[in-house]
Design a protein around this ligand. Structure first.
Ligand code: NAD
Length: 451
């Protein structure tokens, strides 16, 4: 088969290539993975954790090189890319949390003595997107391996080199076949889903998630789906507007808007809208765009032409349907979409309903907080949401009315250590992190006897 070539979205230059996995080879790869699993499980938590921690140290020592690869392959600014690579070294706490989550628990009720075990499922397929091309694999590979499963990783076809580099670092320490990489696109993904794996852990778009759920239903395979979003932000009249506007710009344009929890819709009461919009435009001006390798760049290119065309078509449609451009809106070139602020965005526009995944901040003015909440919740997505307000009680009250899985107050979504990464509605099925998240990589078994 022809190799899978990877191109730099900022320059169009070839970054490198990897051999594509022939779909017909996938059943044999699953057999190899299954054969390696019992010995991996037999190492016990401590044995597995020791190897995973040793491997993780390399992410720190090689962070500059791995970060550079991330920027070359998908375009994000180098500083953020190095930060992503470094974050992979930080596994100690997570491994401890996994150990705690999976430790057997004993219950006695006077009649029975029962022990609940969390055993590995067997072979786990991890299918990942390109927007955090090393962190997303890590979010699934680490808990799956730590739980005693072997893993077959299929990275995105947009970032095969990053996926390979991530796995190569782990494989310097892991026994053979405990982590195997399958390279390719949807053909390889479909074949993996149809193969004899025990769990499919997927992060990607809602559409692909639906395909996977349908395919997995044939054998009732276990699935974990982390899908797209259309995150709202509500700015209350009590908000610190400068802080809210800075956050809105950062969270709409970070990673060129290619973040599952990007701010995609902003609801602002009329009374403060002029001031908020002016501050948002001001904050947008500092979002320097360019090649992610260049010093000072905050917004890189779209990952590819397809994504650029998708964003620009939503943008053009919104403007033709009456949205007003407050900043950006022109000067797009190659894979670069200029950070753009729109106002007058209405519910009928595709930019208000379908995931954009691009650097566009969309403002909708509202007459009341009730209208903001109703509009924020009018979506089939439910990943994250953010509320800005300085009146603590009222702000919390508004936050509790939002139907997303993760809600941030005066900050980005994502709770502290021990909390899950979870989507509501069509943004996910199952979740990551936390004790409950880690247990999804296992089969729960109850052993009981009479006392
Ligand atoms: P995608 O769905 O196009 O592809 C994701 C992966 O699935 C790729 O590896 C792809 O090759 C594979 N794939 C495609 N079709 C398949 C099929 N039918 N069967 C099996 N595998 C298949 O998504 P993407 O464009 O790579 O990533 C962007 C999406 O990911 C966005 O929607 C974003 O919101 C979402 N995302 C969600 C989270 C989260 O935590 N919820 C995190 C990051 C990204």
């Amino acid at each position: 088969m022809k190799p899978l070539k990877s191109y730099n979205p900022a320059t169009g230059d070839l970054v490198g290539e990897v051999p594509i996995t022939a779909p017909d080879d996938i059943p044999g790869i699953v057999e190899r993975s299954r054969a390696a699993q019992p010995a991996w499980e037999a190492l016990g938590h401590d044995g597995r954790a020791r190897l995973l921690m040793q491997a993780a140290e390399s992410f720190l020592t090689r962070a500059d090189e791995l970060g550079r690869l991330i920027t070359l392959e998908m375009g994000k600014p180098l500083r953020e890319a190095i930060g992503e690579a470094k974050s992979l070294a930080d596994v100690k706490h997570e491994l401890e949390e996994i150990q705690e989550a999976l430790a057997p628990e004993t219950f006695e009720d006077g009649r029975d003595r029962s022990t609940v075990y969390h055993d590995p499922l067997g072979v786990c397929a991890a299918i990942t997107p390109w927007n955090f091309p090393m962190a997303m694999p890590a979010w699934m590979v680490l808990p799956a391996l730590a739980a005693g499963n072997t893993v077959i990783l299929k990275p995105s076809e947009e970032t095969p080199l990053c996926g390979q580099a991530y796995a190569d670092v782990l494989n310097e320490k892991l026994p053979a076949d405990v982590l195997i990489v399958v390279q390719g696109a949807d053909d390889q993904g479909k074949r993996l889903v149809d193969s004899d794996v025990d769990l499919i852990a997927f992060t990607g778009s809602r559409e692909t998630g639906k395909h996977i759920l349908r395919a997995a239903s044939r054998d009732l395979k276990r699935v974990i789906l982390e899908l797209g979003g259309k995150d709202p932000m509500i700015v209350l009249e009590s908000a610190d507007l400068e802080k809210a506007a800075r956050f809105a710009a950062h969270n709409s344009f970070r990673n060129a808007g290619q973040v599952c929890v990007s701010t995609e819709r902003i609801f602002v009461p009329e009374a403060i809208a002029d001031r908020f919009e002016a501050l948002l435009v001001e904050a947008t001006a500092s979002m320097t765009q360019g090649d992610g390798l260049d010093e000072g760049v905050k917004v890189g290119p779209m990952v590819n032409e397809h994504q650029r065309n998708h964003v620009l078509s939503q943008l053009e449609a919104a403007v033709s349907e009456g949205a007003e451009v407050l900043a950006g809106g022109s000067g797009h070139h190659d894979n670069f979409v200029t950070p753009t602020v729109l106002t007058g965005v209405t519910e009928e526009m595709s930019i208000a309903t379908e995931e954009t995944f691009g650097p566009v901040a969309c403002v909708t003015r509202v007459e009341s907080v009730e209208e903001a909440v109703q509009k924020a919740n009018a979506t089939h997505f439910g990943l994250g949401a953010v509320v800005f307000g300085e009146d603590g009680e009222r702000t919390t009250q508004v936050a509790r009315q939002l139907t997303a899985g993760m809600i941030g107050i005066n900050k980005a979504v994502g709770g502290g250590a021990g909390t899950p990464w979870v989507g509501a509605r069509q943004s996910g099925f199952g979740f990551h992190k936390s004790k409950d998240g880690h247990r999804q990589f296992t089969q729960t078994r109850v052993l009981s006897k009479a006392v």
